[in-house]
Ligand binder design. Structure first.
Ligand SMILES: [Zn+2]
Length: 429
């Protein structure tokens, strides 16, 4: 078993405790063996047995977790690639997803939660990483989102239905939903993603249907998450026992009370809206093909929810929706939500770091096992050249990384492939 020792530097352990001067963080295999004074038995002088990283003048913290990334929507589009509706060919999508996952890891994101994708691409990418075929973050994924007529991702006309290449899986009764849960379970998803209406304009999935999905999923040891912007769907989801709620923009205080009572977190995912608004303001709304005023309203709602949720004692998870569009680029935005929590949500930088490390571990099925730097935990660690507590933006884009360690192994932070990583016309500055 190999030993890796990180010496010196400032330790931010992910629990919210004040930063500490680090003497030695010792990693044995893929887990943290000790934090604090260097144990006498570690043979520092033997490079065959121990590799040492000197982090003097640097900051050590848990690897970032982005709790909302889509790998298989088919982005980025490639020059010369034929375009149809929705994502492109399954085979090409799988290869792109694999490459995108590598970019995510090189940005210091050691785990991602993937709430929905095409085919079972994400399951394949997850397993390729797990089996050592390629480098990448830990992936915890859903399959196609369970939707009813008119929900987000039921974008085809009803006479077309729900072809295999789209992101939604049309299920119009509780029985059909349960069958789909069983099918996805058989194919190896980690959790089930349900999705209500796009903007919360009306409730399109009933509480009984959500409860049916939750019952079947939990029996099979799968979690359930839901895209819910509306009030009714948020309340129904909380009462039906989902594991986390994505967005919740239009939740009333009574809805938030139900969420608090259920003890489940909310993942606002304001990053996508912020990115659209920013691009729309700079390039003109026609460039992003989305209604900027509507996006602004949703963003303001989410900021209100961030404050109200905390007053209700509801935990907030950090997700960005990276990969849901051409301009939410892999590797760039994964820590943007932390900045938004600080700038708009009333969080301190330390609280934002805890949200996207320790607390986000729940959304990757590893609560208590990853996201904090303590003995016995999985060794997912980043080392930064600048202090993220002084400026939370230091976490973004991998620009200030000195090292990324995933599962106890240092990741090569080589130059990105210019042919694919060329700046897009719409790329955020
Ligand atoms: Zn999403």
């Amino acid at each position: 078993m190999s030993t890796l020792v990180i010496r010196n530097g400032t330790l931010i352990d992910g629990t919210g405790s004040p930063p500490l001067r680090n003497d030695a963080l010792v990693i044995e295999g893929n887990r943290i063996a000790s934090v604090g004074v260097l144990p006498a038995h570690v043979p520092l002088g033997d490079p065959q047995k121990v590799r040492v990283i000197d982090a003097a003048g640097q900051w050590i913290m848990p690897g970032l977790i982005d709790a909302h990334v889509h790998l298989s929507y088919g982005y980025p589009t490639l020059k010369g690639e034929g375009r149809g509706r929705n994502s492109s060919r399954a085979e090409l999508t799988a290869l792109k997803a694999a490459r995108s996952a590598q970019k995510v890891l090189r940005a210091g994101v050691t785990s991602i939660s993937v709430p929905g994708g095409t085919w079972f691409t994400d399951v394949g990418v997850r397993d390729a990483i797990k089996l050592g075929l390629m480098e990448g973050p830990r992936v915890y994924c859903a399959g196609r989102m369970i939707v009813t007529y008119g929900c987000i991702e039921d974008d085809e006309p009803s006479w077309v239905g729900s072809p295999d290449h789209i992101i939604g899986k049309l299920c119009n009764t509780a029985d059909e939903m349960v069958t789909e849960v069983r099918r996805q379970a058989k194919h190896g998803v980690n959790f089930i993603k349900m999705a209500d209406s796009r903007s919360g304009e009306s409730q399109m999935i009933s509480k009984q249907e959500i409860a049916a999905v939750v019952g079947e999923a939990h029996r099979r040891n799968l979690r359930v998450a839901i895209h819910s912007r509306g009030s009714g769907s948020t309340r129904a989801a909380a009462e039906a026992g989902v594991d986390w709620i994505i967005h919740a923009d239009l939740a009333t205080d009574a809805d938030l009370e139900a969420v608090a009572k259920a003890g489940i977190p909310i993942m606002p995912t304001a990053t996508f809206l912020h990115t659209v608004i920013d691009l729309g303001n700079r390039l003109g709304p026609e460039q992003v093909q989305l209604d900027i005023n509507r996006m602004k309203r949703h963003f303001d709602n989410l900021v209100t929810i961030m404050h109200r949720a905390r007053e209700f004692g509801i935990k907030l998870l950090c997700g960005t929706d990276t990969g849901n569009n051409e301009f939410t680029r892999y590797g760039e935005l994964h820590a943007k939500e932390a900045e938004i929590l600080v700038t708009y949500g009333g969080f301190t930088p330390m609280e934002a770091i805890v949200a996207c490390t320790r607390d986000n571990a729940l959304a990757v099925g590893l609560a208590g096992d990853v996201g904090v730097l303590q003995p016995g935990k999985l060794a997912d660690i980043i080392i930064l050249k600048q202090d993220p507590l002084a400026d939370i933006r230091v976490l973004q884009g991998g620009r200030h990384l000195a090292a990324v360690i995933k599962d106890g192994k240092p990741v090569a932070l080589g130059e990105a492939d210019a042919a694919v990583d060329r700046p897009l016309a719409l790329s955020p500055a």
